[in-house]
Ligand binder design. Structure first.
Ligand code: URA
Length: 237
């Protein structure tokens, strides 16, 4: 049995605080009846409806691994009418991406309707590693490479990569750098290289935790297996 507001928040529908407001306002039903008491305990068999929307139960959860193309936005909808990652996936579930990749970034993006897993993967304490391949303008000097390896202060917080390797270096043109970080801040890879005065020309995420793109082509996706979902849950510290 869990508290109603926690179950609503864990579903990803809204924050716990907002769930409490909705409960007090009489916008939440449990098994068809309006419930206004904040401490109400519910279990997995209870039908919960918030503002007329029924909350997905565990068995209705879906998990997709997408190879995100360029020029697609990492959200469920876009005011400017740009193509969204959600529109690339054929499902009737209300899914959303776990974190973001920039409009011009490609690669591995997870999408789900499981708020509890989203919270686990997004929480900094769980330190989920993400590996990117960045094509950067110019070449990293040995000094720059060393300071990158040691860690850089980006907007008052230090980022120490778990792994960095220059995969390819074309003199006076560009470097291809593989970098693994556990950070999730927006634009973090671009900010890292910009702090070293190299702009990122191309960026791809090639792995997320133990998941890789395998043979998925740009725009293709697959569902995660139950084993993979359980393994992602086990990243909870
Ligand atoms: N870092 C970035 O700069 N962009 C992304 O899309 C992901 C990480």
């Amino acid at each position: 049995m869990e508290r109603l507001q926690k179950v609503i928040a864990n579903s990803g529908y809204t924050s716990r605080r907002h769930a409490e407001i909705l409960i007090k306002e009489g916008k939440v039903k449990v098994n068809g009846k309006i419930v206004k008491e904040l401490g109400t305990k519910v279990n997995i068999n209870d039908e919960i409806e918030v503002e007329g929307n029924s909350l997905a139960k565990k068995e209705d959860k879906v998990y997709f691994l997408l190879n995100k193309p360029r020029e697609v936005i990492s959200s469920a909808s876009d005011k400017k009418g740009r193509k969204t990652v959600v529109s690339l996936i054929n499902t009737d579930k209300r899914i959303y991406p776990i974190g973001r990749l920039d409009y011009d970034t490609t690669g591995l993006l997870l999408l789900t309707n499981d708020g509890e897993l989203t919270n686990i993967l997004m929480h900094p304490k769980n330190e989920v590693p993400k590996t990117y391949v960045a094509k950067i303008e110019g070449n990293l000097s040995p000094k720059e490479f060393y300071s990158l390896k040691k860690g850089l202060i980006i907007e008052n917080r230090k980022v120490i990569p778990n792994y960095v390797k220059v995969r390819k270096s074309i003199q006076d043109k560009y470097d291809i750098v593989e970098i693994t970080i556990v950070e999730g801040r927006n634009h973090i890879i671009k900010k890292i290289f910009e702090s070293l005065h190299h702009s990122v020309i191309k960026l791809k995420r090639q792995s997320y935790a133990f998941l890789t793109l395998d043979n998925l082509k740009s725009g293709e996706y697959r569902e995660l297996s139950i084993k993979e979902v359980k393994k992602l849950y086990s990243l909870h510290k």
